[in-house]
Design a protein around this ligand. Sequence first.
Ligand SMILES: [Zn+2]
Length: 138
Amino acid sequence: MHNKPHTEEAKKKMSQALKGRTAWNKGKKLPQISGKNHYNWKNGKFISRGYIYILNKNHPFAEKRGYVLEAHLVMEKKLGRYLLPKEVVHHIDGDKLNNSIKNLVLFATQSVHIKLHKLKDKESDIGISNRTFKKNSC
Ligand SMILES: [Zn+2]
């Protein structure tokens, strides 16, 4: 009797390929993240709809329960001020879980940000479709 080909390594590769992103959580023991699901993490961090939120109750723009987008916190740290309500943080590689400052760009308004996406979508032939820009981050 021998093992099935679905080794841990293969599973990992498969899930990464599906999500089209790199192993940002490599080396950390985190639950597997699958798109729409979210997990509550012990350290005040959770993922919802592909966005990482950090518990930060003192933040002026935190949502009801006191969570703030990690991308915003990272950008604010760099700027040394809070983001303006109109400002948008964009993920260069399209991976909303990659909140490295190198992967983030600040746009003054959503309309400038959307313009960039329209250009990008044209290139990749996806079309802007029903992508929503409700969150000031993407
Ligand atoms: Zn974007």
